[in-house]
Design a protein around this ligand. Structure first.
Ligand code: ATP
Ligand code: MG
Length: 553
């Protein structure tokens, strides 16, 4: 491949980085992932994590995990811990664990630097007045009456602010830039607000807290971040990001914007996720229906599938919506390679093999994963009475129904070929039992019967079966963009997003399953043993892409 071809396949961020490395602007790169600890991470954050950690790895650089903890009312240590756990689970390691709150003193000192340069002032206008004086994108703003305060007065007032002399909302510190700038963010943006709140790390040390624009770029600079990657909505903030750095004459980190990841059939903002949790519309932040990392983990999504999905979604400069079905197909692909196979019957009906000896049990050997030799094998007990799926028998079956109907042959997975001989119904016409005979010489692995049935059914032996609760999860929302409709997004919740099967029959080997382990229930789907419950509870991870079901309808 020519160099030109190689560079064309790089995304625009990789191109910038390679340029900076080859021009020797940087020897190594340093990126950061800067979550605010005000909620659990979601798949959008995974995108940013894969990008920041991925680039650091690719270019042998470093990546910091920085908690952007400047809003004490909404943040907590619980969130900090969950974020660390999720990043580790995704398979990434950070070089340094940083907190914006560790820079509060430095930020305060830099506030003084700007005041001394005549580039910041304490404004006693109310929030409404400030908003009014801001103007509009087409109309210049007006200067605050406090804008021309002397340096000394500002220094004294700023110190008083810090020392707690003022109530919340009394005054703010603003940068003095340009009230008629076409960029609204340059119209004397706020730097500090007063907030008498206890912070989860700094306690009551501070009662002034920095605004995002003032804290973020400066934190990047303190950590010598070379490439500060953020989502597109911050593009308009970039001139301010640079203004602070230039006027403080500190390390010039570079902000680069990329498009957020949006996913259909879900909501992603932490504010909305919090509402679902607080209103008990879901079972906590790790509800398997949520797009949170912890929810996906509990649902059985492998970390590798999430990483593959983020890579496939790509890095773009324009917003777009990615289909949930792409994520699901990444999950299926990964689980097909890794999930152990097992048999479970979710909607049981009894099948009696009339010519099989009463009281006899055979232990059949079954491969755990046909895609992976290393996965070994297990034993499955077979006997005269089995459970099969109700839908696998039809009284009046169409020709292409390759399952059970009187006179038809099917193979029982890992066991024998059987021939359906009859069935029993109750007075209301409900199917009670199905009868069949087996071909003794058709045992899997040593079949000499010469019979070639088209269908294979899964089953469990009634006397050996264990029972389990199975939770059938579906999409949480009915609409592709649930938060873009005219109604409150809560109205768009799918009423059938969870249905619970209290008594499914599972093969006995699953009694030893580990919490969190994911299985392929053959012919049904992928299921994860719930990590929270001590009982046998299985969460549906994703359905099988079942061409079989479609073709035979
Ligand atoms: P939310 O709006 O969901 O609360 P946020 O952007 O406020 O998200 P932060 O904790 O501030 O959440 O984000 C940490 C990092 O993750 C930021 O760099 C942010 O740009 C990035 N990020 C958040 N959501 C997405 C997304 N959907 N796609 C890509 N990156 C994202
Ligand atoms: Mg945020």
């Amino acid at each position: 491949m020519s160099e030109e071809q190689a560079s064309r396949s790089l995304n625009f961020i990789e191109q910038i980085i390679e340029g900076d490395l080859s021009s020797k602007k940087h020897e190594t790169i340093v990126t950061r992932f800067p979550p605010e600890p005000n909620g659990y991470l979601h798949i959008g954050h995974a995108k940013s994590i894969c990008l920041n950690f991925g680039l650091a790895k690719q270019y042998k650089g470093k990546v910091n995990l920085r908690f952007d903890d400047t809003n004490p009312d909404k943040e907590s240590t619980e969130y900090v811990e969950s974020i660390k756990k999720d990043i580790e689970w995704l398979g990434f390691e950070w070089q340094k664990e940083c907190y914006t709150s560790d820079y509060f003193q430095q930020l305060y000192n830099w506030g003084i630097v700007l005041i001394k340069k005549g580039l910041a002032y304490v404004d006693h206008s109310s929030a409404e007045q400030i908003a009014q004086m801001k103007g509009t994108p087409t109309k210049a703003g007006t200067n605050s009456p406090y804008r021309e305060r002397s340096v000394d007065e500002n220094l004294a007032l700023f110190e008083q602010m810090k020392n707690g002399a003022f109530e919340n909302g009394t005054c703010v510190l603003r940068a003095k830039i340009d009230m008629s700038s076409p960029n609204m963010h340059l119209r004397d943006p706020l730097m500090y607000r007063i907030k008498h709140s206890t912070h989860h790390r700094t306690g009551d040390d501070w009662c002034i807290y920095p605004i995002y624009d003032w804290a973020h770029g400066q934190s990047d600079s303190i950590e010598n971040i070379t490439h500060s990657l953020c989502s597109l909505e911050f593009e308009i903030h970039r001139p301010l990001y640079n203004w602070f750095i230039e006027n403080l004459e500190i390390y010039p980190s570079r902000q680069i914007e990329f498009a957020r990841l949006n996913l259909d059939y879900t909501v992603m903002s932490k504010r909305k996720l919090l509402r679902l949790v607080e209103e008990n519309l879901v079972d906590g932040w790790d509800d398997p229906r949520l797009p949170t990392i912890s929810g996906m983990r509990r649902r059985g999504y492998p970390a590798a599938a999430i990483r593959t999905f983020c890579a496939k979604a790509g890095i773009a400069k324009r917003e777009n919506i990615i289909e949930l079905s792409l994520l699901e197909s990444c999950v299926r692909q990964e689980l097909n390679k890794t999930a152990l196979r097992a048999m479970a019957v979710l909607d049981p009906v009894k099948l009696i093999i009339t010519n099989y000896p009463e009281g006899q049990t055979e232990q059949l050997t079954a491969q755990n994963n046909p895609e992976d030799e290393q996965a070994g094998s297990r034993e499955i007990p077979f006997s005269k009475e089995l459970y099969i799926e109700r839908a696998d028998f039809l009284e009046d079956a169409p020709k292409k129904f390759f399952r059970l109907s009187v006179g038809r042959n099917v193979r029982l997975k890992h066991a024998y070929i059987i021939n359906c001989t009859g069935f029993k119904k109750d007075e209301e016409g409900n199917l009670l039992e199905v009868y069949a005979t087996y071909y003794k010489d058709s045992k899997s692995g040593q079949d000499v019967s010469g019979i070639k049935p088209k269908g294979t059914l899964h089953w469990v032996s009634t006397q050996h079966a264990q029972t389990a609760q199975v939770r059938q999860y579906d999409r949480l929302f009915m609409n592709q963009s649930p938060d873009q409709t005219e109604t409150d997004f809560i109205e768009n919740i799918n009423p059938d997003s969870l249905s619970i099967i209290d008594k499914a029959y599972i093969e006995p080997s699953l009694q030893k399953s580990k919490k969190g382990a994911v299985y392929q229930f053959m012919r049904i789907g992928y299921y994860a043993r719930d990590a929270k419950s001590d009982q046998l509870v299985f969460n549906r991870t994703v359905t099988l892409k079942d061409g079989w079901a479609k073709k035979n309808k």
